[in-house]
Design a protein around this ligand. Structure first.
Ligand code: HEM
Length: 326
């Protein structure tokens, strides 16, 4: 961990961690960052949809993971030119903070912070979207329900194209998409982007189950296994059923200690709201314009154990234009 993350937020404790957590929590809650990142998400969603549109028109299959990679999401310098706003992305915000406190936030520290955020934010949402599309291919009714919800949530115009459609994905419309939110959450329950997480005992302790740990003991908790436990989720734990998250069509939060995909407690994921916003904008754009089918229904994807739950060999799909007026 140290080799990769240095003194970045994942690998530090104590004062270093508190400093980064405070700074990042503040930045994540600002409207400036929310607006900027939503613009970036909309631009990227439109770019991805254009690429897929070409594949659909020419009847070529796509590898979802590769298409997303080609987009080079994260090349913020170029995006900034498109958006015509400066110093509003998370990395620039950290650089601004470092100008105010150059001694603590020297270049090395800044590098570790930035790298940690890149790693935290990129593969987690990208992998989740691949598992999400896979689940939709396996459950075409869910796919159609989402398409219906998008039509109901966004004020559409007859002449909308990809770009004008993404521009309509404002916060109000995104918030209405409760079924999409539930589907993404159900995907994260079965395919958590971080499948296993490790902790170390800060001091001698007695765990609630009576197990004694000694200071320095390492422990792993299996997020992947916890999302599939019948003891927690009932007899249908292995089934993909977004409805389990809804009451009268409204998404219901679970305790983070039960739905553990974003961790819980003081070190809970800082990017959760950010991640949902990104995934919802991307998913709404893709599902509104396309219908996805697996290239080979007989194959199940295999996951590769990395920091994140990566899909080995990618996700090979047929794509069809969705009849929007249908
Ligand atoms: C589907 C998307 C995501 C999932 C499932 C996820 C999951 C997690 C998990 C399990 C942790 C705890 C790691 C640990 O125990 O050390 C974590 C921490 C964190 N996540 Fe996320 N994450 C996601 C997206 C993001 C995004 C998009 C960002 C930022 C752009 C982000 C930023 C962070 C940060 C900064 C921490 C460290 C918090 C701390 O140690 O205080 N995450 N995330």
């Amino acid at each position: 961990m140290r080799d990769l993350f240095g003194n970045g937020i994942f690998a530090t404790d104590g004062e270093n961690w508190r400093h980064q957590r405070k700074l990042a929590s503040h930045e994540f809650s600002t409207k400036v960052l929310r607006d900027f990142s939503s613009d970036v998400f909309r631009i990227n969603a439109a770019k991805l949809a254009e690429k897929i549109s070409y594949a659909a028109a020419n009847r070529i299959t796509i590898n979802m993971q590769q298409v997303k990679r080609q987009l080079n999401i994260g090349s913020e310098a170029k995006l900034k030119k498109n958006i015509q706003k400066a110093r509003e992305d998370i990395l620039s915000r950290f650089i601004l903070a470092s100008e105010e406190d150059p001694v603590t936030m020297n270049d090395r520290y800044l590098r570790d912070i930035v790298l940690s955020f890149l790693i935290a934010g990129k593969d987690t949402t990208a992998n989740t979207l691949s598992w999400f599309i896979y689940m939709l291919c396996k459950n075409p009714i869910v796919q159609d329900k989402i398409a219906y919800e998008i039509k109901e949530s966004v004020e559409l115009a007859q002449e909308d194209n990809i770009e004008t459609f993404t521009a309509r994905l404002k916060q109000g419309a995104i918030d209405k998409m409760q079924y999409l939110h539930a589907t993404l959450t159900e995907t994260l329950r079965l395919y958590p982007a971080v499948p296993v997480d490790g902790k170390m005992a800060d001091e001698d302790d007695l765990l609630p189950n009576g197990y004694r740990v000694i200071k320095g003991d390492g422990m792993n908790y299996m997020i992947y296994a916890m999302g599939r436990m019948k003891y927690l989720w009932g007899e249908d734990a292995e089934e993909f059923r977004p409805e389990r998250w809804l009451v009268d069509g409204i998404f219901q939060q679970e305790s983070p200690y039960k739905f553990i995909s974003f961790n819980a407690g003081p070190r809970t994921c800082l990017g959760k709201e950010f991640a949902y916003r990104q995934m919802k904008i991307m998913a709404a754009t893709l599902i509104h314009f396309f219908r996805f089918k697996l290239e080979d229904e007989s194959k199940s994807p295999v996951y590769k154990t990395m920091f994140t739950l990566h899909m080995d060999q990618g996700l090979h799909l047929f794509v069809y234009p969705r009849n929007i007026s249908a």
